[in-house]
Write a protein that binds this ligand. Structure first.
Ligand SMILES: [Zn+2]
Length: 153
C-alpha cells in the first residue's frame, strides 16, 4: 500500500479490525519510510463478483436477493430473522471464498438450498420446488419480488 504522505510503497500493518457486519476490514498502517501512520479500509470482494444469469447476462452479486428468497421460503416457519441473516451470510461467505470473479446463478441456488436444508426442511422444499420449476434462481427472485415489493412480511 502506497503511503499517502510520502508516496513510498513500504509499510507494515500494525492493527486490523473487522467492522460489525464483517464486510469491511480497517487496517492501521505504519509507513517504514516516513514514519507516518494512516488507515485503509478494505471491502470484501462482494462488488467484484458477477452473477451469470441463465440468459448469459451478468449482474453484480447482491446478497439481498438471496435473503429475500430465503425469507419467502421461511414464511410462517419457526425460523428467526437472525437465522435467515446467518444463512445468507454463510452463503455469501462461501460464494466469495470459493468463486472468484463470477458465478452462475444456478450455483447460488444450489448453495442456498444446501444451507436451507440444515435450517428448515419445509422451507427447503418450498425453495427447491419453486427453484426447480423456474430452473433459474433469477426467475425465482423476480417472482419473489412481485410478492415482496412494498409489502414487507
Ligand atoms: Zn510515508
Amino acid at each position: 500500500m502506497r503511503c499517502p504522505i510520502c508516496r513510498e510503497d513500504n509499510d507494515r500493518v500494525i492493527d486490523s479490525r473487522t467492522s460489525d457486519d464483517g464486510f469491511v476490514i480497517r487496517r492501521r498502517r505504519h509507513c517504514n519510510h516516513c514514519g507516518n501512520r494512516y488507515t485503509t479500509f478494505e471491502k470484501m470482494a462482494e462488488l467484484q463478483i458477477s452473477v451469470i444469469k441463465k440468459n448469459q447476462q451478468k449482474e453484480p452479486f447482491n446478497s439481498e436477493k438471496i435473503m429475500r428468497g430465503v425469507m419467502r421460503a421461511c414464511w410462517k416457519r419457526p425460523v428467526t430473522q437472525e437465522q435467515i441473516e446467518e444463512l445468507t451470510a454463510s452463503v455469501e461467505r462461501e460464494i466469495l471464498t470459493d468463486h472468484q470473479g463470477e458465478i452462475e446463478s444456478y450455483m447460488i441456488g444450489q448453495i442456498t438450498m444446501r444451507y436451507l436444508l440444515q435450517l428448515d426442511q419445509v422451507a427447503y422444499v418450498r425453495f427447491a420446488s419453486v427453484y426447480r420449476e423456474f430452473k433459474d434462481l433469477q426467475d425465482f427472485i423476480t417472482e419473489i419480488q412481485r410478492f415482496t415489493t412494498g409489502d414487507r412480511f
